[in-house]
Design a binder for this molecule. Structure first.
Ligand SMILES: Cc1cc2nc3c(=O)[nH]c(=O)nc-3n(C[C@H](O)[C@H](O)[C@H](O)COP(=O)(O)OP(=O)(O)OC[C@H]3O[C@@H](n4cnc5c(N)ncnc54)[C@H](O)[C@@H]3O)c2cc1C
Length: 394
């Protein structure tokens, strides 16, 4: 019997724990997030209750060790949660990904024992909200050219600079900040845990985004901010630090976009089944049928890529290029599917009620952040040819 939601039956292969987490996340997202998604998007509202609700459901830091307040779940479970949240809204998934992957992962992987004890349980319970500052106004795809800098002072560092496009920054209590320091005459990127209440830190909100409208986005500005020595990650140096976090978040995006694409496909299937033109349901025409067939084919490849990547991450066998391939492919296909779904809904497709244009607009940001579609193409191109093409020759 052909399954029109999971044609290659990947859900049959899930471990029992992962399946239970997926089902609980789906129930919460459909019952509690879905009813708030339309207004959240139209009115640019990130409901402040959502972090606590997600924490109570164990959706924050799902794969962080239990001793630090995390869920100790598999990578597959983390991905399945992202899929359920993004089925509703990429903005809510962005909140969850930043908290779990871009803030908790670096503290768990690179932090001292004191840093882990101080921050991870509060981040898991949403007592604290976190953000991740890598992108700068003049340095996005090329973070190695960042100009934010920390210079040594008595007992710590003085931080100056600005980060932009920072998810969660206007509501964050704590920021993971990547900045340059001088070590043996060379500039080296180091990571800091900065509390946003500290003197000299400001987090202005970026207004009038037309995408991820329910997600709070802002800047992080540092003016002579004193950062105690205890708040630097002790060992990690260079872009390996931020890229480790980004790999985790990009993996979550590969899963999340499966949810957004599945939503658009299901909505389109229902719509063409109900909507009649020329005396017949739209679904009786060849073009809508082949559009649905293409969507399901793409969704199936997305599901299988994400599912296999989760297995490989759990087995510790992932190369970052595998994550680039899945992030790039899955976001690109989700965006194609959302745009076609928008078209299949005719005029209704531009209204908020059907929520397909909501996914189109959201996925435009998801295609850009965490490495653009083209930058991941260049990462793959470098692997395939052995030649880096980020910097033009000549
Ligand atoms: C809603 C939203 C939330 C975000 N959240 C965060 C966050 O929480 N933390 C954070 O640090 N950042 C965040 N970002 C920033 C995001 O990661 C950057 O926008 C992204 O890395 C691209 O950088 P940029 O916008 O400066 O574009 P640019 O780097 O200026 O790129 C512009 C275009 O040029 C292309 N391009 C760039 N270099 C090359 C090249 N060598 N060859 C070919 N083409 C190239 C790109 O693919 C893109 O199409 C967020 C962005 C958005 C939109």
């Amino acid at each position: 019997m052909f399954n029109i939601h999971d044609p290659y039956l990947f859900e049959d292969e899930l471990a029992e724990d992962d399946r239970m987490i997926m089902e609980a996340a789906r129930e919460y997202c459909q019952a509690n997030l879905e009813p708030r998604a339309l207004r959240g998007n139209q009115d640019e509202i990130f409901d402040p209750e959502i972090p606590k609700e997600m924490a109570d459901m164990g959706l924050l830091g799902a794969s962080i060790a239990e001793e630090y307040g995390g869920g100790g779940a598999s990578q597959t479970a983390y991905g399945l949660i992202a899929r359920e949240v993004e089925r509703v809204d990429s903005g809510y998934r962005s909140f969850m990904s930043v908290q779990s992957s871009l803030v908790m992962v670096p503290i768990e992987k690179f932090g001292t024992e004191e840093q882990k004890q101080q921050y991870l349980p509060k981040l898991a319970s949403a007592e604290m909200i976190g953000c991740f500052g890598l992108t700068e106004p003049d340095h996005g795809s090329d973070p190695s050219s960042m100009v934010t800098r920390a210079v040594p002072t008595d007992g710590g560092w003085v931080l100056n600079g600005a980060k932009t496009w920072i998810t969660n920054s206007p509501i964050a209590d704590v920021a993971i900040v990547w900045a340059k320091v001088k070590e043996e005459e060379k500039d080296v990127i180091r990571g800091f845990i900065v509390e946003t209440s500290w003197k000299g830190v400001s987090t202005p909100h970026i207004k009038d985004k037309m995408s991820l409208r329910a997600s709070e986005t802002g800047e992080l500005v540092f003016q002579d901010v004193f950062v105690p020595e205890t708040h630097m990650f002790p060992e990690i140096r260079g872009l390996k630090g931020p890229f480790t976090c980004l790999n985790s978040a990009r993996y979550g995006i590969a899963w999340g976009t499966v949810g957004a694409a599945e939503f658009c496909y299901e909505r389109s299937r229902t719509y063409v089944g109900e909507r009649k033109q020329f005396g017949h349901p739209l679904a009786a025409n060849q073009l809508p049928q082949t559009k649905l067939a293409n969507m399901l084919t793409d969704i199936t490849t997305m599901q299988l890529l994400a599912w296999r990547l989760g297995q490989l991450r759990d087995a510790g066998k992932v190369d970052p290029a595998m994550i680039s391939l899945a992030k790039r492919h899955n976001v690109g296909k989700a965006l194609d599917i959302a745009r076609i779904a928008r078209d299949m809904h005719g005029g209704n497709g531009v209204t908020g009620d059907y929520r397909v244009i909501h996914h189109v607009m959201n996925l435009e940001s998801v295609n850009t952040y965490e490495g653009t579609y083209d930058i991941h193409g260049l990462i793959l191109g470098r692997e395939i040819t052995g030649i880096q093409a980020f910097v033009p020759k000549g």
